[in-house]
Design a protein around this ligand. Structure first.
Ligand code: 5AD
Ligand code: FES
Length: 345
């Protein structure tokens, strides 16, 4: 058997069959995979870990993704939206704590129409011209994406969720199409955003083939950022009884993505930290180089529950910042406070 870990390291890609074999490799191959991914992270980013301040400004959502706790048909979800002033306050607090990237994330909330979003972007970029602004607000038209970009948004996160059309259609209702998701991602890239895609590990009905397709899609799309984290069930969804994605598989996939796209920005996600108390540290050791602590006001944090048992919902921003600092140090790295632009250009 050829050594797939070495081959992936050398060629930065594998065939679908080889990827399926690699994600099922034994523990000793998994450790070689991890250690090469860590080496490649260090070659490209040294011991620097970038932080992004996440502001979850609304949990209203007109979409109905079957796995998600803030889906529109979850009537148990207590909805909230932050005001313009509250959003600016989150940024102010984040700036004082050293954040130079803000991620504005929300459900697809019609209240925040293009004029309101543009007003927020313009105000943040005016007050904090040295900061990067990332949007994560879902599927929009080309024209909307272009308007946000022209107001100063730098980056956009939109997970592709799954690269397998049949799987996509299992996870989403009919009104949400695989094709539109892809259209959005292509538009974002064409407009000039630093773009992020990604998927959940262990989502319902995901097969090894699906994962291999996800990896090949990511390689081909060549995004600046890739967000992956374990699926975690939410009690108010039809997938409440499905098992969560595993730590081991998430770490393997982080390492494979680091080897496929050596310069990509790769977060150790909150979902990963939710399934394992040292999830973020293990993610960094597997090749991740970004952490995204929450800057939302503590009063609303518990309400942004896309999955059960989400961590950090009771902690002030400053506590999270300190906590992360220690965690990052514990694996020999340091948090850097510049914009942390992608080197994957
Ligand atoms: N478990 C883990 N991740 C989830 N997401 C949505 N619901 C869940 C869940 N139950 C992810 C999706 C979405 C991102 C914002 O959160 O991938 O794109
Ligand atoms: Fe929020 Fe640790 S990062 S408490």
């Amino acid at each position: 058997m050829t050594d797939l870990v070495q081959k992936l390291y050398r060629e930065q890609t594998l065939s679908k069959q080889e990827l399926i074999e690699l994600i099922n490799c034994d523990d000793s191959a998994a450790e070689r995979l991890r250690s090469l991914a860590e080496k490649v992270r260090i070659e490209n980013y040294g011991h620097d870990i970038y932080v992004r301040g996440l502001i979850e400004f609304s949990n209203y959502c007109k979409q109905d993704c079957r796995y998600c706790g803030i889906r529109k048909s979850n009537l148990n979800c207590e909805r909230y939206r932050l005001s313009f002033d509250e959003i600016m306050e989150c940024c102010g607090e984040g700036y004082a704590l050293g954040f130079r990237t803000f991620v504005l994330q929300s459900g697809e909330d019609a209240y925040f129409n293009d004029d309101r979003i543009c007003e927020i972007i313009t105000a943040i970029k005016k007050k904090y011209p040295d900061c990067a602004l990332t949007l994560s607000i879902g599927e929009k038209s080309y024209e909307s994406y272009k308007r946000y970009y022209d107001c100063g948004a730098d980056r956009y996160l939109l997970r592709h969720e799954t690269a397998d059309k049949a799987h996509y259609e299992k996870l989403h209702p009919k009104a949400q199409s695989f094709e539109n998701r892809r259209r959005c991602l292509n538009d974002l890239k064409e407009i000039g955003y630093q773009t992020g895609c990604g998927f959940m590990v262990g989502s319902p009905y995901q097969t090894d083939e699906c994962i291999a397709e996800d990896l090949l899609f990511i390689k081909e799309f060549n995004p600046h950022m890739v967000g992956i984290g374990p699926f975690i069930s939410h009690r108010d969804t039809e997938y409440r009884d499905f098992p969560s994605g595993t730590l081991e598989m998430t770490l393997r996939l982080l390492s494979i993505i680091r080897l496929m796209l050596p310069k990509v920005l790769l977060p150790a996600t909150t979902a990963l930290a939710t399934i394992d108390p040292r999830g973020r540290e293990k993610g960094i050791l597997a090749g991740a180089n970004v952490v995204m602590p929450n800057l939302s006001p503590v009063s609303v944090r518990k309400k942004y529950q896309i999955y059960d048992n989400k961590i950090c919902t009771g902690d002030e921003s400053a506590q999270c910042r300190r906590c992360l600092e220690e965690r990052v140090h514990s694996v020999g790295c340091r948090i850097v406070t510049d914009r942390g632009d992608s080197k994957n250009i």
